[in-house]
Write a protein that binds this ligand. Structure first.
Ligand SMILES: C[S@@+](CC[C@H](N)C(=O)[O-])C[C@H]1O[C@@H](n2cnc3c(N)ncnc32)[C@H](O)[C@@H]1O
Length: 360
């Protein structure tokens, strides 16, 4: 047996989502794979070129049939996405001194290590969260880890430092609506929903048109503008609602439209409905606003002009991408705001590339 990288990897048992995830990643890396299972998963077999039948690991004939498959298919590596099989295979390979690599740690070990890494990540952010909370009731380690874990499952553009600062400033947020302009698939929206509930701040409104015409940022380099062509905007929309399901809130509505149209609806008298078609109790005064829509100077400026007229005393603005590699719209708008409204501003700082402003 040669441990050649052109030789296929055996996925055994190819029966669960971890197996599918491995098969997808291997295909992206250009690696060959072969599936096997005692009871084949028909869907996996159909998509991944069939599934060889092997007896259960406890079967007397397992060793013979497994070694035969390894020999005939020139298997170099084995990936075992089931803890009991991984443990069995580790011992089997060692005892027989087989020239086969068992890929990765056991599924149980992976969980333990992933949990420890998550706790370390959350622990590292606690001082920042506490500093932003200024001695008020900051989130616990468990809550921070929970936010990081759930928001990391959501594709998005908000980094740990920005989310941590968000978690901190909510401790001093007054009561009022929580608004987000620009949600993408909902990474920051998910955190805002939890924080608005946790600190009993108010109902959440998110606004994003998920439309190519709005997504292009004309002030940015052409190479960057072209990225919007990769999106399927219906995936963005459906993905957002799927990602919000664990937040379980009826105190949230999304307006699928550009922020100026959203502002007209928000300012009007018609009820704004949640996903469950219930009117959301907005009080039309904003406690926290996250402006993260189109970053062209003109759009960002307009977002601030419209929405900041509704801020309550002690409210917070988070202007995203104040420091940004692809343009300076939020930077210019933020700097103008810091000068023009200096007498309204109690505190400001930059964290995770975003500008945080607390109004008096
Ligand atoms: C940087 S992404 C938002 C990232 C998100 N907050 C997160 O945490 O992952 C910018 C979003 O702004 C949206 N957008 C573009 N123009 C907009 C507009 N006029 N009003 C509201 N949203 C807009 C885009 O569709 C895109 O989803």
């Amino acid at each position: 047996m040669t441990n050649n990288s052109n030789n296929p990897t055996l996925v055994f048992p190819a029966v669960n989502q971890a197996a599918i995830d491995f098969l997808i990643a291997a295909r992206q890396r250009g690696e060959r794979t072969i599936c096997a299972a005692s009871v084949a998963n028909e869907e996996i077999a159909a998509e991944w070129g069939g599934s060889h039948r092997l007896p259960a690991i406890y079967d007397a004939d397992f060793a013979h049939q497994f070694l035969d498959l390894v020999e005939t298919q020139s298997i170099a590596r084995v990936f075992c996405p089931v803890a009991a099989v991984h443990d069995f295979m580790r011992k089997f390979i060692a005892e027989r001194k087989l020239d086969i690599e068992l890929i990765g740690q056991s599924p149980i070990r992976q969980q333990v290590e992933a949990h420890r890494r998550l706790i370390a990540r959350a622990n590292k952010l606690l001082p920042l969260i506490e500093a932003c909370a200024e001695g008020r009731n900051a989130l616990s380690l468990i809550e921070v880890a929970g936010m990081l874990r759930q928001s990391s499952l959501i594709y998005g553009e908000s980094n740990d430092d920005k989310l941590a600062a968000l978690m901190g400033i909510f401790a001093s947020a007054p009561q009022g609506d929580v608004v987000e302009i620009g949600s993408l698939m909902g990474r920051s929206a998910f955190v805002l929903l939890y924080l608005a509930w946790r600190y009993r701040v108010g109902a959440v409104l998110t606004v994003d048109p998920w439309m190519v015409g709005n997504a292009i940022q004309h002030d940015s380099p052409e190479q960057f503008q072209a990225l919007v062509d990769e999106w399927d905007f219906e995936v963005l929309s459906q993905g957002f609602y799927i990602n919000m399901i664990p937040a379980r809130t009826d105190d949230h509505a999304h307006l699928r439209m550009p922020s100026d149209q959203g502002y007209a609806i928000y300012s009007g008298t018609e009820p704004i409905l949640s996903q469950l078609a219930r009117p959301v109790p907005y009080n039309k005064k904003i406690a926290v606003i996250h402006i993260d829509g189109n970053h062209d100077y003109a759009c960002c400026k307009k977002d601030c002009e419209l929405w900041l007229s509704n801020m309550v005393p002690q409210s917070w603005l988070i202007l995203d991408d104040y420091l940004w590699a692809h343009g300076d719209g939020p930077y210019r708008v933020g700097n103008e705001l810091l000068v023009d409204q200096a007498d309204r501003i109690e505190r400001s700082f930059v964290c995770g590339k975003a500008l945080f402003v607390k109004f008096k």
